[in-house]
Design a protein around this ligand. Structure first.
Ligand code: CA
Length: 633
């Protein structure tokens, strides 16, 4: 004989209402988490004896469970408790003629373990299981009409409108003995149980019940909303509900981040916009020409949506595209870096505040959301880092185009520095040309580049450029020491991405996946990927110099390959994050990767500042700096 351990305490709530038509409430509830017992009873009988029946059965069932729980296994216990209720009601009716024939339904749920309940039921009160968005009945009505449906005498459609659909084939108290249906139910994390009287399901559609149970609201709120709905549906009967929550999943899985995290993030979007507004988002040069609401909507809401979709699908593509569109569009218009930095900092700060607020209410969810939002913000940084590096290479390309090959030794040294990525300056100085361009911006519409359908990069390289890219890649591959398959693969990937006419980030992700292969997410196995990518960049850049092509073509080849390289590095980094982040016990590791990446971005920024400063000293200020932002490929 199995003894019941102390019952698991499940979160539950119940509510009953007289309805709008009846003058007595003959329903009764049990919501007793301490003994793990929940029930809905719906009494019937003349002269308010239905009320007596349901209350008497309730007390009997409750006492039975309380006193006999250690002597019977759960299924037998719940059946015996309902049978005891039936006997008690039957005997009470025998003593008072005006209560003769009174009875009650009962649907009772006994919690056995955090993931297991038994359901006992007699009559037409129902139990439902809501699981993963779907509502399933756990009980079959004990009505005469339902029995006729089972025997094929009445169709389900006819049954719904049958005049005797409420006539029970079984109840507690009509006879001394009754037969109790017992079902054992295994609960999954996030499941919800609903017990209800016919006053609910006859006045509310199954879809509405499903919707309310799936709202994510607390059982108290769902119970109240279900009752409200029944009343709005006419309230022609007493209505009673009990909502019981299975324990939530241990919040350690990726699933949790995706579903709860995404939903929580989305629920807090207005809060995010308000915080972003209060932090000065609408005053940022990028959006200040717009009405405040439009600026918030375009920039804030776009980021909210991108984060939401990336959380849901566990990708970074949407956030990447958002950041690329925002910054690239601004740069193309000659906008300066500091405005982008300031705008992103405002958005990051607001996102962090939202996460902190969530963390103060629900530490575990807050922690996981923190990682997820950090991940999104890293993607933003990567996209910006990519654009910054692209800007560096534009500078390099402009120098090549304007001055030809290696005439000026200072320039040559600087180009080598770019290729090797060295630089230590701390201060960023905005070139005079950028300031001029910014001034011109005032009269222009600022925001069309934020259209979501804008491709991340352009399409359509000229045939000459494509062919020159092919030649460059051939030169580069010829210079690889034989057997370095990884480097060869990286260089070929650069070509594929560079000539991809769709300008699609997915091409880079595919190529990165090939390079990344199967490896563990630790430094010793990841860093070689990035070393290889670095080596490929250097090799390709120097191969461009060996290309026999006009400076204009060489510039475009270099631009295309630089962009491809940035995209590939970003995609590879995304894979690293993907590999590291999903595992709860490796979150610390993910955060370490995060800070290393942030350091890398900061370093890239310092390099950019350094190089801009150097170019400012060697390039003729009369040259058309302001025009260099236009994308030509
Ligand atoms: Ca009823």
């Amino acid at each position: 004989m199995t003894q019941l351990p102390a019952p698991p305490v499940l979160r539950a709530a119940g509510e009953t209402h007289i309805g709008k038509v009846r003058n007595a409430n003959e329903d009764a509830l049990i919501v007793e988490p301490q003994i793990g017992l929940y029930a809905v009873l719906d009494g019937m009988g003349g002269a308010s004896s239905g009320d007596v029946a349901s209350k008497l059965a309730r007390e009997t069932i409750r006492d039975f469970i309380l006193h006999r729980r250690r002597t019977l296994e759960p299924g037998a216990l719940i059946a015996a408790a309902l049978e005891a209720g039936s006997i008690a009601v039957f005997l009470a009716a025998q003593h008072q003629p005006d209560r003769h024939g009174m009875g009650t339904t009962a649907v009772a749920c006994l919690a056995v373990a955090p993931d297991r309940v038994v359901i006992g039921h007699v009559g037409d009160s129902r139990a439902y299981l809501w699981r993963a968005g779907r509502l399933q009945p756990l009980t079959r009505d004990h009505t005469v009409v339902a029995e006729l449906v089972i025997r094929g005498v009445v169709t389900p459609e006819e049954a719904r409108h049958h005049p005797h659909k409420n006539v029970l084939s079984r109840n507690l108290g009509g006879r001394a003995e009754t037969h109790v249906d017992v079902a054992e139910v295994e609960l999954a994390p996030g499941d919800r149980l609903l017990l209800c009287s016919d006053g609910l399901y006859n006045y509310v559609t199954a879809d509405s019940i499903q919707y309310l149970l799936g709202s994510g609201d607390a059982p108290e709120d769902v119970s109240r909303d279900l009752i409200d709905l029944a009343l709005r549906g006419g309230g022609g009967d007493n209505v009673s509900v009990v909502v019981i929550d299975a324990p939530a999943a241990a919040p350690s899985s990726t699933e949790m981040v995706r579903t709860s995290g995404a939903a929580t993030w989305w629920q807090n979007r207005q809060r995010f916009l308000r915080l972003a507004h209060d932090s000065g988002l609408t005053k940022n040069p990028i959006v200040r020409e717009l009405p405040a609401r439009e600026a918030l909507e375009l920039v804030g809401m776009s980021l909210c949506q991108a984060i939401y979709h990336d959380l849901e699908k566990s990708t970074g593509v949407n956030v990447w595209t958002f950041a690329q569109n925002l910054a690239a569009g601004w740069f193309e218009r000659g906008g300066d870096w500091s405005a982008v930095r300031a705008l992103i900092d405002i958005l990051s700060g607001a996102a962090r505040m939202v996460v902190e607020e969530i963390r103060s209410v629900d530490p575990k969810l807050g922690f996981l959301l923190d990682v997820a939002v950090s991940r999104a913000l890293i993607v933003v940084e990567l996209a910006l880092g990519g654009l910054l590096a692209e800007r560096l290479r534009r500078v390099e390309a402009d120098v090549i185009a304007l001055h030809g090959e290696a005439h000026d030794t200072r320039e040559h040294a600087t180009r080598e520095a770019i290729i090797r990525g060295r630089g230590h300056a701390r201060e960023s100085s905005v070139p005079a040309g950028d300031r001029d361009s910014e001034a011109q911006l005032v009269s222009r519409p600022t925001i069309p580049f934020l259209r979501p359908d804008r491709p991340v990069t352009s399409s359509g390289l000229s045939i000459d450029v494509r062919s020159a890219i092919g030649k460059t890649i051939t030169i580069a591959r010829a210079r690889i020491s034989s057997g370095d398959a990884a480097l060869d693969g990286a260089i070929q990937a650069l070509e594929t991405i560079a000539i991809d006419s769709g300008g699609n980030f997915a091409t880079a992700v595919l190529a990165a996946r090939q390079l990344y292969g199967v490896r563990s997410a630790d430094d010793s196995s990841i860093m070689p990927v990035f070393d290889t990518l670095d080596e490929a960049r250097g090799l390709v850049a120097t191969s461009v110099r060996q290309l026999r092509a006009s400076p204009q073509i060489a510039v475009r080849v270099l631009r295309a390959l630089s962009t491809a390289h940035q995209r590939l590095v970003g995609a590879a980094t995304g894979l690293v994050l993907e590999a590291v982040a999903p595992h709860g016990d490796r979150l610390r590791e993910a955060q370490a990767v995060t800070s290393r990446l942030r350091d890398a971005v900061a370093k890239a920024e310092r390099q950019r500042a350094d190089l801009e400063r150097r170019f400012a000293t060697i390039v003729d200020p009369n040259l058309p700096w302001g025009a260099r932002g236009a994308t030509e490929w």
